[in-house]
Design a protein around this ligand. Structure first.
Ligand code: HEM
Length: 200
């Protein structure tokens, strides 16, 4: 299969798009350098709690049958899951949210796509982290923005990979793909029409 992501130019272009998308997400959320600095100032206080947060978040994850199936298939041990979560949590408070951070996060998103973690699991798991972390910090506003941004960057990989696969394997142009999504979604909305839509 010819995935056109191997030329230097293409990879540079992908990186540029990812970083741009992450910047847009920052603007949308109002996540500023000040917020990032506020989180850094909270780091020393929350650090002793991060291992416990990672453990509780892992245990909650393992209670979900779908997640458990993915974990087993990927051969992910509880210990490794706790370590991965703890390192990510440390970055959440101490990271600079720059290009390297974005690309690492995007790559983590791709790893989740690869092992079969669906978006529903990803989003719920971020909620678990929010529930655990919010009582530990004073800067709740900055934390909510940072968690949402991390999620937005990871979820972007799902969309990006769909786009590449449609383009390179099926040869479907973005505009046609959007039209197909649009038609199928409209059809489904129609079929669910007995469920009332919100009236503005
Ligand atoms: C807020 C949500 C999540 C965060 C922040 C997160 C974070 C991470 C990170 C940082 C990695 C390492 C990526 C790398 O190697 O560069 C990872 C890997 C992984 N995650 Fe997650 N994750 C999340 C949700 C989930 C969920 C819901 C599952 C479901 C089972 C999951 C399963 C895995 C697996 C199987 C791996 C690969 C482990 C390995 O390399 O051995 N993650 N995750």
């Amino acid at each position: 299969m010819n995935f056109q992501v191997n030329s230097k130019h293409e990879i540079a272009d992908i990186k540029r798009r990812i970083v741009e998308s992450a910047e847009h997400a920052k603007i949308h959320l109002g996540l500023t350098e000040e917020d990032i600095e506020k989180l850094r100032l909270e780091a020393a206080k929350v650090k002793p709690h991060l291992h416990g947060v990672a453990e509780r978040a892992t245990d909650q994850l393992l209670r979900d049958p779908e997640a458990l199936a993915v974990v087993e298939k990927a051969g992910l041990t509880r210990e490794r899951a706790v370590a991965l979560f703890e390192e990510w949590l440390r970055q959440l408070f101490e990271g600079d949210y720059g290009e390297e951070y974005v690309l690492r996060l995007f790559k983590a998103g791709l790893i989740h796509v690869k092992v079969g973690v669906n978006e529903r699991l990803m989003i719920s798991q971020m909620g678990v982290f929010a529930k655990e972390l919010l009582p530990l910090v004073d800067e709740k506003d900055a934390l909510v923005k940072a968690l949402s941004w991390n999620l937005a960057v990871m979820v972007y990989s799902y969309n990006y990979i769909k786009h590449v696969v449609f383009r390179d394997t099926i040869g479907v142009k973005k505009s046609l793909m959007e039209r197909l999504f649009d038609m199928t979604t409209e059809e489904l909305i129609g079929k669910l029409s007995d469920h009332a839509r919100v009236k503005a």
